[in-house]
Design a protein. Structure first.
Length: 261
């Protein structure tokens, strides 16, 4: 997937938007209380993986998706309608139920499970950083054991210096990784039951672990003591679950000026 993202960046001069989620409601370019739920869901609720399907030999699946859901828009365009979820529409829902094998870790468990996570959204309120987790009761959606990295806490006001490459509604390119592509995390493992359509950028503020949580989102793995990540240069590296949190934050940020050796 990291190589697919690199290929996409080479063609489009940017990466796919990390999350086609809530719109910037107050015009400050950050995710704060203005974007907090409840939502009207006038957004696609889609991450970056559907946009990369044609780069991983899944063009047939991508062709079934409603192209309006994949619009890479940072702001609303006049006269365009953004309502409509990927669970609606026969062809799109059929695609959502497809399971691309590349999205599954060979070590991951296949079930049973009673809910699919289709949204995580990081924002900041007066009480601090919040990570909203939403799920669906349907069990037949395709999953992903890999999600993007949004930085320490996404594009939030107090942690914007640690923002990653895959954030809500703002396109980034590899050239934004001023800390160096080998020093910037792009994708990471997550053993939670996450739909590949909704697998957007996740924050690293809760560290790494072995067991997924519905209330405390973190990157997890079934490899004992190690969680696998891909960096923005396409390389794969394992990070120990007890990694220093500051080191992890610096790796997740694309331009915090803190290089990790």
């Amino acid at each position: 997937m990291a190589l697919a993202a690199n290929a996409y960046d080479s063609i489009h001069r940017r990466l796919p938007i990390g999350f086609l989620g809530p719109w910037d409601a107050n015009g400050n370019g950050l995710n704060d209380v203005a974007e907090a739920p409840p939502w009207q869901f006038d957004f696609s609720n889609i991450g970056m993986l559907p946009v990369l399907l044609s780069f991983i030999e899944e063009s047939g699946t991508q062709d079934k998706l409603n192209p309006l859901l994949l619009r890479q828009h940072s702001r609303k365009y006049p006269g365009q309608n953004y309502f409509g979820h990927w669970a609606a529409g026969k062809s799109t829902k059929e695609a959502a139920s497809t399971q691309p094998s590349v999205f599954l870790c060979p070590s991951a468990l296949l079930g049973p499970y009673d809910i699919c996570i289709d949204t995580t959204f990081t924002y900041e309120t007066a009480d601090g950083i919040r990570v909203e987790i939403r799920g669906r009761k349907e069990k037949d959606y395709g999953r992903s054991n890999y999600v993007g990295v949004s930085g320490k806490a996404g594009n939030t006001p107090s942690e914007k210096q640690h923002a990653g490459l895959f954030i809500n509604r703002i396109p980034r390119s590899l050239r934004h990784a001023r800390d160096g592509t080998s020093n910037t995390l792009l994708f990471g493992e997550n053993t939670g039951v996450i739909t590949w359509l909704g697998a957007e950028g996740w924050p690293v503020l809760n560290g790494l672990g072995d067991t997924p949580s519905r209330t405390k989102p973190l990157f997890t793995s079934l490899h004992p003591g190690v969680v696998m990540f891909a960096t923005a240069d396409g390389a794969v590296r394992g990070l120990t679950s007890d990694i220093d949190q500051d080191t992890l934050n610096n790796l997740a940020g694309m331009a915090d000026g803190q290089l990790v050796k």
